[in-house]
Design a protein around this ligand. Structure first.
Ligand SMILES: [Zn+2]
Length: 390
């Protein structure tokens, strides 16, 4: 078992709560990896020897990004819809059906190749943990195979049969919910860790969401929700009431929603790529943080409302448009992203944690927002193995 020393790190973001500041930053630092796990973190001058050696030459090293919300299993794209939207057509949940039709026609091999390409794109931008949802199959077979494809790339797979009511059930939404909570769930559950519902006008209401989450939990799946994306609604309060790990979007919140999130500890995952791509107003990250809510950032990478795989873009948007400091945004995309997946082995660089980290061609994390659009990630390591070589 060989060990790896990464030294001369100008700024090491640890997110270790035992260290000072939100990011637990160490300057002139080093870390040592053994067997895929961090064995040592501290000042470069005190670093123990190791078999292999990487000289960071003063660059910054951060925990790998934890992208807790993506929809990578799909076929086709919706560039014409995007162009139409930029020309003034509003976004509506029903556009999902376009992707459903393309996904159902794709072979397993095509879907797998498509996910592989997008995961590689994420790695190059520093994402080391990614959650992937189903939700473009919407039949028993297509949801199960979507999740089987996703499972090849991550343990964090989410059954989203309740993404939208497919066209063939347009006159019978209750029948579709019965399918989702019955045979579809049964076929999906072996491939999924989480169950999710798009709780929104035009998708599923609170009672339907409650039924899907309860059925999922009975099959051992943990619940999460898409809520309050397109307008105010009951989803965020439902997530808080049920004590879900995370509720995602949170764009249109009332005071009672914010209070419920603070009291429940449910992570509010904000997805600014969506507001960027739909010209909706951005969620109020500043208000949530000031109220004491845990805030995560993720891409929501999907072909309709946010076709970006870039966590650095989301960090830059969160800082520029949502009132977050660079430190808060980085923390939200690493440590809190891990909390949004109930993971305590990633998102923090400390002895015993998984050696998932990235290197920037920059001296500090601030450059992620200060130099938007610049490909600053020059290295990414997954369990100590170089996934992106410097
Ligand atoms: Zn989503």
């Amino acid at each position: 078992m060989s060990s790896l020393l990464v030294t001369n790190v100008g700024e090491l973001v640890t997110n270790d709560p035992e260290r000072d500041g939100l990011l637990g930053v160490l300057v002139n630092a080093a870390l040592v990896v053994e067997g895929g796990t961090l064995a040592w973190v501290g000042p470069a001058a005190d670093a123990p020897a190791a078999d292999e050696h990487v000289d960071a030459a003063g660059r910054a090293v951060l925990p790998g990004f934890v992208d807790s919300h993506s929809h990578l299993v799909f076929a086709g794209d919706r560039a014409p819809e995007f162009a139409a939207r930029m020309a003034g057509t509003p976004y509506a949940a029903g556009g999902i059906r376009t992707t459903v039709a393309a996904t159902r026609q794709a072979t397993d091999e095509q879907l797998t190749a498509h996910v592989a390409r997008h995961v590689a794109e994420m790695r190059r931008q520093g994402t080391t943990t990614v959650e992937i949802k189903s939700g473009y199959g919407l039949t028993v077979l297509d949801e199960a195979r979507s999740l089987a494809v996703a499972r090849q790339f991550t343990e964090e797979t989410t059954f989203l049969g309740a993404h939208v009511v497919p066209a063939e059930y347009a006159g019978d939404p209750a029948g579709y919910v019965s399918l989702v909570t019955g045979p579809m769930l049964e076929a999906a559950a072996p491939h999924a860790r989480w169950v999710d519902v798009f709780c929104e006008t035009g998708a599923f209401d609170a009672d339907q969401a409650r039924a899907v989450l309860a059925a999922g939990e009975a099959q051992g799946l943990r619940g999460r929700l898409h809520a309050n994306q397109l307008g105010p609604g009951p989803g965020v309060r439902l997530a808080a009431e049920l004590g879900l790990t995370a509720v995602d979007h949170c764009t249109y919140l009332e005071d009672a929603d914010v209070d419920a999130l603070r009291d429940s500890g449910t992570v509010a995952t904000l997805l600014p790529g969506v507001e960027f791509s739909t010209r909706q107003p951005y969620p109020d990250a500043r208000g949530l943080l000031d109220a004491g809510v845990r805030v995560a950032l993720a891409t929501d990478c999907n072909p309709g409302s946010s076709y970006t795989s870039s966590v650095p873009l989301c960090i830059a948007l969160a800082v520029r448009e949502m009132g977050m400091t660079p430190a808060e945004a980085v923390h939200a995309a690493t440590a809190v992203g891990a909390q949004a997946l109930d993971r305590d082995d990633v998102g923090v660089l400390a002895p015993g944690k998984r050696a998932d980290f990235l290197m920037l061609d920059a001296p500090s994390h601030v450059h992620l927002a200060y130099r938007p659009g610049v490909p600053l990630v020059v290295g990414a390591w997954l369990a100590g193995r170089a996934a992106v070589a410097i």
